[in-house]
Design a protein around this ligand. Structure first.
Ligand SMILES: [Ca+2]
Ligand SMILES: [Ca+2]
Length: 239
């Protein structure tokens, strides 16, 4: 028993010796595996994210398992309900990825780190979108649901924590030349906050839609006709 205690202490010392001053970012790709090295829990030790389990040849998507190994601690794995794919290039165009990966998106802020995994997009929409939150050295899947278009991660209310802007696809069914607009259903933007878990912040969501779209509640509605001007100006409800 004493010997075991000694061994553990030595291991602890060794772990401290590899402690580094700055976070390391590196990516190495093997045939069917991507490994991303990044300090996820902000303890100045590089952690490892491994993306594995590619789908059968010919099937859509790129990987189905993510394993997070906290340096000197435990590891946790999460599986896709369906399959994950590349991070949307339109999302990367407006939101900075902390790691040079095309398959995993990471955002770090004081107190927590968020990992976004983008599900494969089928003709009928994206199969799933997943968010893993890291807090207090633990990874938790806080969102794994239908969201067609994650659009941008930004701090909408200036409280130091980022929110996610997203939207599902909405149907356009008519062009009206006289008003130079397309007519379609009501499909609002959503703002998700990560203060506790991952929930739609109704106040910020309403404000964003009022400022940029129209507001008629959180639900997708086919019975509301919205005009989408072809010149890109603000949509409006038509009676
Ligand atoms: Ca770490
Ligand atoms: Ca915020």
């Amino acid at each position: 028993m004493l010997f075991l205690g000694c061994t553990q202490r030595v291991r602890q010392n060794n772990a401290n010796e590899v402690k580094i001053d700055t976070p390391v970012v590196a990516t190495a790709i093997r045939e069917d595996v991507e490994r991303v090295i990044y300090d996820l829990n902000n303890d100045n030790r590089p952690d490892t994210i491994t993306l594995t389990t590619p789908p059968a040849e010919g099937d859509p998507g790129l990987f189905q398992t993510i394993t997070i190994s906290f340096n000197g601690m435990h590891q946790q794995s999460f599986k896709a309900k369906d399959v994950w794919d590349l991070v949307d290039s339109s999302f990367l165009a407006v939101t900075k990825n902390e790691v040079p990966s095309k398959q995993v998106f990471i955002h770090k802020e004081p107190g927590q780190t968020l990992i976004f995994l983008f599900g494969y997009i089928y003709g009928a929409g994206r199969g799933e979108f997943s968010i893993i939150r890291i807090r207090d050295n633990k990874a938790k899947l806080v969102f794994d649901d239908h969201l067609d278009n994650p659009l941008q991660l930004t701090d909408f209310d200036n409280d130091g924590k980022a929110e996610l802007l997203g939207r599902n696809e909405g149907e356009m069914y008519m062009d009206i030349d006289s008003i130079n607009a397309r007519i379609g259903v009501y499909f609002p933007f959503y703002i998700y906050s990560f203060k506790d878990s991952c929930i739609i912040d109704e106040t910020m969501t309403q404000q964003y839609n009022e400022d940029n779209y129209v507001w008629a509640g959180l639900k997708y509605r086919e019975d509301i006709k919205v005009a989408y001007p072809n010149d890109g100006s603000r949509p409006y409800i038509i009676q």
